[in-house]
Write a protein that binds this ligand. Structure first.
Ligand code: GDP
Ligand code: IMO
Ligand code: MG
Length: 428
């Protein structure tokens, strides 16, 4: 089972980090293929808690080679800080490889991210402010800086000057900010070169060779399907391809290589930032989910918006990504609820929609149609077999599975590495 993709099926923070870590001992390579340090993955191993942003979560497993693919945008200072923090905790990061073709987030991208958001006022997207959107915009606009440019001072200077020619007009004339000096950017990027150089590689070739040698390669998405720039709730999305197709373009392997797509889906729903969210709760139930699920952003610390499970979204994700297996996470968070509503369809201006409406205006008006399931009160964090779960929890899982478009192969019952109920082998 060489190439396996892990994606988020909702609006992020489904527990992708934990799922990757879980498979860590059985994989040889882990590839991050989209996004950057906007992601935040919390992994709990024993009494140790790790927060990862730019690095793939698989880096915590000894023996795994972590790769930052061409589809990622890299803030090099953040990369070094994150590596240093792991080194200080005894994690071996020496095998990390970074694609020569990945684009680089610079100071002007971060600045532009923040000023554009401020300019949008109440129409803002609520980005993480890490420079993600402006860096991908430059990539598509063909004025980006790539990792390999850092090793050719002449080219680097030309590219930075060309980019700043445009951007300084924007910054000064539109956004009322000071101009950014090309020298300042070039100097700081060049200063990273000695430490970065040994990590830089033709990662597409390395992944190809690994697959040819029958190694198991896990492609780990940042963000999620509903934040994908093509398939998410545009414009309230991130700027990269967070769906399974992104694993191919963002790493340089053919799509036919991918044998399994694991969708991570929470037993309820959360979202950070602005945009439509039909099942969002504004009452005590929302507070219950936030408090019990500790739903605060790993990257920005913002409280996450919380709501019930949305089956049409799970079904949509199953279809867009070709999900073969779901991991249903955080089932334990629902313990103690008398009844658990699940959204089974939407009412849009009096018309029932069983699938996610293609029109964004309709999605903004979608009112969930709920079916209610009985809750349970017994602690389930110790469950390891499906039959260990109370009957009501088993029934909830089976009902959700029937609506979601793929089998639920594992169920998260707590934050720890071992807090999982396995029904089908995710790599078997
Ligand atoms: P990611 O961005 O998809 O990797 O997810 P995050 O790490 O941002 O958010 C998921 C949070 O849920 C983390 O704090 C995990 O430790 C935690 N978590 C993951 N699975 C479970 C689970 O089954 N139960 C509980 N209670 N917490 C979980
Ligand atoms: P993980 O990988 C949740 C959201 C931001 C904002 C929008 C655009 O931890 O699931 P950006 O900075 O990417 O331009 O912001 O996307 N967002 C996330 N929400 N989890 C994430 O990552 C996210 N990464 C970006 O809140 O609404
Ligand atoms: Mg997260």
């Amino acid at each position: 089972m060489p190439a396996v993709v892990i994606i988020g099926a909702q609006w992020g923070d489904e527990g992708k980090g934990k799922a990757t870590d879980l498979l860590g001992s059985r994989i040889d390579y882990v590839v991050k293929f989209n996004g950057g340090n906007n992601a935040g993955h919390t992994v709990v191993i024993g009494d140790q808690k790790y927060a990862l942003h730019l690095l793939p979560s698989g880096i915590l497993s000894p023996g795994v080679t972590p790769i930052i693919g061409n589809g990622v945008v890299v803030d090099i200072e953040v990369l070094f800080d994150e590596l240093d923090a792991l080194i200080a905790r005894g994690v071996d990061v020496s095998r990390l490889k970074v694609s020569a073709n990945a684009h680089v987030i610079t100071h002007y991208h971060r600045t532009l991210d923040k000023v554009t958001e401020r300019f949008l006022g109440k129409r803002q997207i609520g980005t993480t402010g890490r420079g993600i959107g402006p860096t991908y915009a430059d990539k598509i606009n063909r004025v980006g800086i790539r990792v390999q440019d850092i090793f050719d001072e002449g080219i680097l200077r030309q590219k930075v000057e060309a980019a700043l020619d445009q951007k300084n007009h924007l910054l000064v004339k539109i956004y009322n900010r000071r101009a950014i000096e090309a020298d300042e950017i070039v100097e700081s990027l060049l200063s990273y070169a000695p430490r970065l150089k040994p990590m830089v590689a033709d990662t597409a070739l390395e992944i190809h060779q690994a697959l040819e040698a029958d190694k198991t390669v896990l492609f780990e998405a940042g963000q999620a399907t509903m934040l994908d720039v093509d398939h998410g709730t545009y414009p309230f999305v991130t700027s990269s391809s967070a769906t399974a197709g992104g694993a191919s373009t963002g790493s340089g392997i053919g799509p036919g290589r991918i044998e399994r797509v694991i969708g991570i889906v929470k037993a309820y729903t959360t979202r950070v930032g602005a945009g439509p969210f039909p099942t969002e709760l504004f009452d005590a139930s929302g507070e219950f989910l936030r408090a019990n699920g500790f739903e605060f952003g790993t990257t920005t610390g913002r409280p996450r918006r919380c709501g019930w499970y949305d089956a049409p979204i799970a079904r949509y994700s199953a279809r867009i990504n070709g999900v073969t297996d779901f991991v249903l996470t955080k089932l334990d968070v629902l313990t103690g609820l008398e009844t658990i509503p699940v959204c089974v369809a939407y009412d849009v201006d009096g018309v029932r929609h069983d699938e996610v409406p293609v029109s964004q205006s309709d999605f903004h008006h979608a009112v969930p149609i709920y079916e209610e399931f009985p809750g349970w009160s017994d602690d389930i964090t110790g469950a390891r077999e499906f039959s260990d779960l109370p009957q009501a929890a088993q029934d909830y899982v089976l009902a959700v599975e029937a609506m979601s478009g793929a089998r639920i192969s594992a169920i998260g019952v707590g934050p720890g590495r071992d807090a999982i109920v396995t029904r089908h082998d995710l790599l078997g």
